[in-house]
Design a binder for this molecule. Structure first.
Ligand code: F6R
Length: 641
């Protein structure tokens, strides 16, 4: 074994395999499961699977269904045990894991319903202990689990074994952790509706499986995966107990693996290929480690922190410091649309053509100003022809009460100005009646949703006006995939992409800005980005497209890593205040919005904290000190589309 492999193995105490996408990773696990079932079917023996719910195994289940349908794999001889179920929970309830498994897997297979075991969320507390030990006995009676599929929670839970769980725990009733409740809130329509307890197989029960696959997708899981794989074995991160199991594999996509040492700081774990990005990454890391700006780093700093090999490639610390300092400095520009007449060889954007036609895509009606309001203001001020395209209506994120308030306004308006009073009164009565009789379900009415959509349109238009965007350049795309009235969305279709293709053809932009939010796999941002990528794929051969730059901003409140920022747009204190005012135009999202997420700060506060933090990082590296910075990463769609 090479020394680098042994260092890696030393840091990674669990076997990991990193795939280019969650789709590939899921297909790999599906193949493993299918081949075991085939083998056992041949021998006339049952296969016992341990199954998980949640977003992690969804693509795996889809692939198993495909293998069953297209390759004829039979599940008649498969026994399944699910990890957990909320408690109390009736099996036919919308959020029960019984329903989840039925909808996403079992109803598509030829599995015998008698072979399906899922903890029963309807047992009484008195029956609980007996039920749990019977569940364990049942698993044992089938000879134990052959393959156990796991996801991992942000708390490090496997099953619902939250921090504090022990290796000796068997199936039992547990209390859910606060973070787990927060994560589940989206499906339950609010934290207050999430059950506080669940029944889960214990770590000991999971451990008895002969083979374990843990699926980890997305950046949101990266930190906890690092802790489980590289950290100490501790009940604070229950998944870390898997370090003791003899046959476990963490199947990860790149974002989920991104915090593993061999990816985050590969120079610490062995050989590393010193390309431009890696050099930047290493120097930013070294600067943070030593608390020194880049230009003050010494040879000793490099050598003491395991960066001798980098030093060798460059000759001296002095040269390397200057090279990386300059390349970071060059990402900073106050001219996001390019500086007319300037030498643009080392600038992020071309100076010509000037002015440029620009489309800013905003997944929800306020992401444009929240995420890149400072840049939007500059683009307009610098004379570019800026279009803003709101991809979804965002209608479910408005309180019923606000819809009601606007109805009152319209009624008052029609009376005051004596216009269409009868018609308005009719609609007013119908909608207010609906709201009164459906106090918790305004979104069940398409009229209420339309009113809410109009409220958000009005706010977005006000913000655009405030930023100087021309009225004719405001586009409300209302992509159909979003229009379900619930958090659950329809799959993306050609109807959605066609709308974007048409807009691109109409505007023929030189620059596109899009929310490159990769954090939440099923979130609206990721779907909106996919729609843009699919549209770009369709138009990439068109002449104008060859001269189009795509810039990705971060949709949520976190920023790109500094080494990935290719354009950093500084914001002065006055501009930051103006950006704040643009965000304030989104009144339905102010104070406490319908979907505040996991952060108690208001949207403008999150945006400012994030932009100030980015500026601080640049400052600490020894670059120019600004009040705030918005960061962008270029997407080379002609290569990638
Ligand atoms: C589900 C389960 C949980 C999930 C975990 C990750 O049966 O036992 O441990 O696997 O909470 O959830 P997702 O996959 O939704 O991120």
């Amino acid at each position: 074994m090479s020394s680098s492999a042994s260092i890696q193995r030393h840091l990674e105490k669990i076997a990991t395999r990193v795939f280019d996408s969650r789709d590939e990773g899921s297909k790999y696990v599906a193949r493993e499961i299918a081949s075991l079932i085939r083998e056992k079917n041949k021998l006339g023996k049952p296969t016992v699977l341990g199954l998980a719910t949640g977003s992690s195994p969804l693509l795996l289940y889809k692939e198993l269904i495909r293998i069953h349908e297209e390759e004829g794999l039979s599940f008649k001889n498969v026994i399944t045990f699910n990890l957990d179920e909320y408690y109390p929970m009736s099996p036919d309830s919308e959020n029960s894991y019984h329903k989840f498994m039925h909808d996403n897997l079992f109803s598509h297979l030829d599995i015998d319903p008698d072979n399906i075991f899922i903890p029963d969320g309807t047992v009484t507390l008195e029956e609980m202990e007996e039920f749990c030990s019977a569940y364990e006995n049942k698993i044992r009676s089938f000879g134990g689990i052959d393959i156990q599929v796991l996801g991992i929670g942000r708390t490090g839970h496997i099953g619902f074994n939250e921090p504090g769980s022990m290796l000796s725990d068997e199936t039992r009733m547990v209390h859910l952790n606060e973070i787990t409740i927060e994560d589940a809130a989206k499906n339950f329509g609010g934290e207050e509706n999430v059950p506080r307890t669940a029944i889960t197989m214990g770590i000991k029960s999971i451990f008895q499986a002969r083979k374990i696959f843990l699926l980890g997708w997305g950046e949101g899981k990266a930190d906890v995966i690092k802790q489980a794989v590289e950290g100490p074995e501790t009940s604070d991160v229950p998944a870390s107990f898997l370090q003791k199991h003899s046959d476990v594999l963490f199947v990860l996509d790149r974002p989920a693996a991104s915090r593993l040492s061999r990816i985050e700081s590969p120079w610490l774990t062995g050989e590393c290929e010193w390309n431009e990005r890696m050099k930047k990454k290493a120097l930013i890391w070294l600067s943070h480690q030593t608390g020194k700006p880049i230009l003050k780093l010494t040879e000793k700093d490099y050598k003491n922190r395991g960066l001798s090999s980098l030093l060798k490639t460059a000759g001296s610390a002095y040269d390397l410091n200057i090279e990386i300092h300059n390349s970071l400095q060059r990402t900073i520009t106050g001219w996001p649309g390019g500086k007319p007449g300037a030498d643009d060889k080392t600038r992020p954007e071309r100076s010509e053509p000037f002015p440029k036609r620009v489309i800013v895509f905003s997944p929800h009606p306020d992401d444009d100003v929240i995420s890149m309001g400072g840049t939007l203001l500059r683009l307009v001020d610098q004379g570019h022809d800026v279009h803003v395209a709101y991809q979804t209506s965002g209608n479910i994120a408005v309180f019923d009460d606000d819809a009601r308030r606007f109805l009152d306004f319209v009624l008052g308006f029609s009376k005051k100005f004596e216009v269409a009073q009868d018609e308005v009164e009719k609609v007013y009565k119908e909608v207010t009646d609906y709201l009164r009789t459906h106090p918790d379900d305004g979104n069940g009415s398409s009229d209420v949703l339309s009113i809410k959509g109009l409220i958000r349109q009005g706010e977005a238009a006000a913000a655009c006006r405030f930023c100087g965007v021309k009225e004719k350049n405001i586009h409300f795309l209302d992509l159909p995939f979003y229009e379900t009235g619930t958090v659950e969305k329809k799959p993306l279709s050609s109807e959605d992409t066609d709308i974007i293709v048409n807009l691109l053809r109409e505007v023929r932009p030189h620059q596109i800005y899009a929310a490159g939010d990769l954090q939440d796999p099923h979130g609206t941002h990721a779907v909106c980005l996919k729609a843009i990528f699919q549209a770009l794929y369709q138009i990439k051969e068109e002449e104008w497209a060859k001269d189009c730059y795509v810039w990705l901003y971060r949709g949520a409140w976190q920023e790109w890593d500094i080494e990935d920022i290719e354009m950093a747009v500084p914001i002065s204190p006055d501009e930051l205040m103006k950006k704040r005012k643009a965000i304030f135009k989104h009144q339905s999202q102010k104070d406490v919005p319908v979907f505040p997420g996991k952060d108690s700060r208001e949207f403008w506060e999150r945006a400012e904290d994030r932009n100030r933090a980015t500026a601080k990082l640049y400052d600490q590296l020894g670059l120019t000190e600004y009040e705030a910075i918005e960061g962008f990463r270029r997407h080379h769609f002609l290569d990638n589309a």
